[in-house]
Each structure stands twice: as C-alpha cells, then as structure tokens.
Design a protein around this ligand. Structure first.
Ligand SMILES: NC(=O)c1ccc[n+]([C@@H]2O[C@H](COP(=O)([O-])OP(=O)(O)OC[C@H]3O[C@@H](n4cnc5c(N)ncnc54)[C@H](O)[C@@H]3O)[C@@H](O)[C@H]2O)c1
Length: 249
C-alpha cells in the first residue's frame, strides 16, 4: 500500500471539521486521497484552507439533531456513493471551572445533547450506512476527563465517560463485521476549545500531564488517521490514549 494515499477512493464525514482537531484531521484525510464531508454548526469562512478544495463538501448541521446527522451521512452517499469513515469531533465543554452546585441544568443538558446524544446519533447513522459494504471506521472523541473526571467540568467529564461506554458497546456489536468503532481520549490539545476555558481549568489539566506539555494537532491527527485506516483492522471498542502519560488505564 502507498502509505501516503491510505484513503484513496474513500469517503469520510468529519463532524466539527470547521475548526480545531476535526479541521486538522479533515486536511490530512484529503491529503491522503479521501473525499470529505465536513459537518459543523458553522460554515467555513473565506480563508478556510479547505473551502476551495474540490474534495471537500461543507454541510451545516448540529450533531444533537437527528435529521442533521442523517443529512450529513446522506450527502456523503449521494455525492460520492459510499461512506467509509466517520470521525466525530464535534463537542463542547460547557461551564467549566465550576463546581456541580453551580452548574445550570440547561448547560448540563446542552453538553449532554452535543457530546453524548451526538455521539449516539453519529455512530448509529454511520454504522447503518456501512453494513451493506461490510467495511467502515467510526472514531469518536472522548477525553481523559471521561476516564478521570476533571474537577470543574462535571458535564464534560460525565458525557465523555458516556462516549467511552458507547464506543466499547458499539464496537462489540459489530466486531464480527468489517466495521470498527473506537474512541480516542486526549489530554489537552491547543485549540479554540481550550482557549475559551477559564485559565484555572487549563492549568489544572496541563499540570497533570507527566510530559509537561500539551499534545499537538499533528499528534492527535496521526493517531486518528491510523485508527480510521484499513491497517487498523484488529482494534474495535478500544479507547486510545493520547495524554503524555496522564492516563493510568
Ligand atoms: N482540545 C482538547 O484539548 C481536547 C481534549 C480532549 C478531547 N477533545 C475533544 O475533541 C473534539 C474536538 O475538540 P476541539 O478542541 O477541536 O474543539 P473546537 O472547539 O476547536 O472545535 C469543535 C468544532 O465542533 C463544532 N461544533 C460544536 N458543536 C457542534 C454541534 N452541535 N454540531 C456540529 N458541530 C459542532 C464547532 O463549531 C467547531 O468547529 C471534541 O469532542 C473535544 O471534546 C478535545
């Protein structure tokens, strides 16, 4: 296999691909031959590096809304005739640096809707379109917060723990097919999501990383693209660590 073109002829949906980790992964998938549908709340603004790329389609949508998730998957099939890869990056933190006694119910519900309901909807509608071809790669974004529970981020931590359970469950359900469902659990990667956090929260998280640095977009992209490549054929229901040594399981 030409490892610089691992995704030749393949079609991917990347949620949350207008910015941050999703944008970086979308760029790498395209560079390695894939056609990509980016689904995001926001449409790319002029200057977005993927806007002019003929291999990329932008689809506005909210991952917590079932019809929007269905529409994004259907755009991939209608435009390119197949769906091989779904990388689900859309996620939000919600209130942070905030004890549970101060967290608003509406804020908790929104974080749940985007992070966990969205992961359910995306996995459900991705896998159901991969069954006929008996091939597919679904990658969900959990977080170290889902394994350890970050103080000040109860909604985020709880919903990311839910994403871990979802990946483990769905991975086993399709383990005898050519479809894999996995998750990745990063520590801090510098994106707009992290820039928007309270500085106390960022210090709390980065101080816990034994490598004493944040992860890079290249590092999370390299692991993600391997997980969704044909080479990653004996991994499903797995939660991949990317924490500079923070995770202990
Ligand atoms: N950056 C980190 O340190 C870090 C660490 C662990 C896990 N994660 C997870 O990685 C994923 C990507 O994070 P990021 O840092 O790139 O975030 P980001 O905020 O930089 O980008 C997220 C993208 O998702 C989109 N989005 C948000 N809500 C949406 C919705 N309801 N429907 C569709 N699109 C929506 C945003 O518009 C944005 O383009 C998230 O699930 C996040 O929880 C990030």
């Amino acid at each position: 296999m030409d490892i610089t073109q691992r995704f030749d002829q393949q079609v991917a949906v990347v949620t949350g691909g207008n910015d941050g980790i999703g944008k970086h992964i979308a760029r790498r998938l395209v560079a390695e031959g894939a056609k990509v549908v980016i689904m995001d709340l926001h449409h790319a603004e002029s200057g977005h590096e993927l806007l002019a790329d003929a291999q990329v389609t932008f689809q506005i949508g909210d991952v917590s809304v079932e019809a929007d998730v269905v529409a994004a998957m259907d755009v991939a099939i209608a435009t390119h005739g197949r769906l091989d890869i779904v990388v689900h990056c859309a996620g939000i933190v919600g209130q942070n640096s905030t004890k549970i006694t101060e967290v608003e119910c509406e804020s908790f519900d929104r974080v749940y809707a985007v992070n966990l309901r969205g992961s359910f909807l995306v996995t459900k509608h991705a896998v159901s379109r991969m069954i006929d071809r008996n091939y597919g790669r679904v990658l969900l974004f959990a977080s170290i917060a889902g394994k350890e529970g970050n103080a000040g981020m109860c909604a985020y931590s709880a919903t990311k723990a839910g994403v871990i359970g979802l990946a483990k469950s769905a991975g086993k359900e399709f383990a005898e097919t050519g479809i894999t469902v996995n998750a990745i659990a990063p520590a801090v990667i510098h994106t707009a999501m992290v820039e928007a956090l309270d500085p106390w929260q960022v210090t709390y998280m980065t101080d816990k990383i034994p490598m004493k640095r944040c992860g890079t977009l290249d590092e999370v992209t390299a692991l993600s693209c391997w997980i969704v490549s044909p080479e990653a054929s004996f991994n499903t229901g797995a939660v991949f660590d990317l924490t500079g040594g923070r995770a202990t399981y």
